[in-house]
Design a protein around this ligand. Structure first.
Ligand SMILES: Nc1ncnc2c1ncn2[C@@H]1O[C@H](COP(=O)(O)OP(=O)(O)OP(=O)(O)O)[C@@H](O)[C@H]1O
Ligand SMILES: [Mg+2]
Length: 344
């Protein structure tokens, strides 16, 4: 039995097994015939070709879809996201991580605000036997039967809490977190998720999903770029540009640092405000955790605005993976207790 965690975010799909983690953009597109091999030079690496066939359809996934698909399904609507993209994204991750026919136990998550409404639907989509084929950059098909035995769906930000609380064997490592009242702020691409764990009990009152994700700041940047360049830059094409501090459009370089500082500052203020209001009665909180890929980029703006003790974020780690690593540890906790991990 193989335990895996998959976090299907609006921005990125993240997945973890006992051996490795992977991240790709949650962009799905129609597979097209590529007449000429992509890498023009040999050192281009060959690992970024994600192509999957499932239910009679062929998809390009992630950056490949971004570069090569004429028709792309990229949505920021939760119901649509689950019905159109979640299954193909999750099965791509599973096919990359697990061999054919091995029974898989899967932990995945949903934003707090959509948890109750969609959790059974998501579990139903993923559970069972799936015949898929991975196609590599050279066009070679590898057929696989994915046997998803059990599916557990948990509220997304709990992944980060389990990640901090459990060790790689799924045992409670940090006992303090179990006894304390912890607020979790998970800033993603599309959503911000807030939740409270009070001695490991979930607080409904302190939990909410809002649309204060990084996409809101990116929308402001994209609007400015459209005004200045006439080009409509899709939001998911802004990650690298914002990180680099500049973008080149039709040969012209546009500086983004000052604007990014401004819009990230505004987004952080909006999030701090939501936290203040949502947790107004929770002044007895012991600590707050900032998580998610958006949490990592906003931390320096957000931390000074939060009232209370904030657990430091480790800049050496990829914060996009915190939830999914917690899903995996939680999977170990519920399914592999007492089982000695195999040496492979
Ligand atoms: N190495 C990186 N590459 C790209 N984006 C990164 C990186 N590190 C942090 N980020 C930030 O992470 C954000 C995405 O975070 P994350 O993967 O947690 O979101 P998500 O889970 O896909 O979204 P949501 O929770 O709304 O569904 C991006 O908007 C970007 O600002
Ligand atoms: Mg997320």
């Amino acid at each position: 039995m193989e335990i895996i965690g998959i976090d299907i975010g609006f921005g990125f799909t993240k997945a973890t097994s006992s051996r490795e983690s992977l991240v790709f953009k949650s962009v799905l597109g129609e597979a097209t015939e590529i007449q000429f091999q992509e890498h023009l030079l040999v050192d281009g690496g060959g690992d970024d070709h994600l192509q999957l066939e499932v239910d009679g359809k062929a998809y390009f996934i992630g950056e490949l879809a971004e570069r090569q698909s004429n028709v792309r399904f990229f949505t920021l609507d939760q119901a649509q996201f689950i019905s159109s993209s979640a299954k193909a994204l999750a099965l791509t991750a599973a096919a990359r991580l697990v061999g054919s026919h091995l029974p898989i136990n899967l932990v995945t998550g949903l934003p707090i605000g959509h948890y109750r409404q969609h959790k059974d639907e998501l579990a139903r989509l993923l559970q069972g036997e799936h015949k898929v084929a991975l196609v590599d950059g050279a066009g070679k098909r590898q057929e696989k039967t994915l046997n998803i035995n059990k599916v557990r769906v948990i509220p997304q930000p709990f992944g980060s809490l389990f990640n901090a609380m459990l060790n790689d064997l799924g045992e409670v490592g940090d006992k303090r977190l179990v006894k304390e009242k912890i607020g979790i702020i998970d800033v993603g691409f599309r959503t911000s998720d807030y939740t409270i764990s009070d001695k490991m009990r979930y607080s409904e009152r302190g939990s909410r999903t809002t649309d204060s994700g990084i996409a809101r700041a990116f929308t402001v940047i994209a609007t400015k770029l459209r005004e200045n360049s006439g080009v409509n830059v899709e939001l998911y094409r802004l990650f690298e540009a914002v990180d680099r501090g500049a973008i080149k459009i039709r040969g012209k370089e546009y500086e983004l640092k000052a604007l990014t500082d401004q819009v990230f500052g505004q987004l952080a203020a909006a999030i701090a405000n939501e936290v203040d209001r949502l947790w107004a009665d929770d002044w007895d909180m012991d600590a707050m955790v900032i998580t998610g890929g958006g949490g990592a980029v906003l931390a320096k703006y957000l931390q000074p605005l939060l009232k209370g003790h904030v657990l430091p974020i480790d800049p050496a780690k990829d914060a996009r993976l915190y939830n999914v690593q917690g899903y995996w540890k939680f999977g170990k906790h519920i399914w592999a207790k007492g089982v000695v991990p195999s040496p492979t």
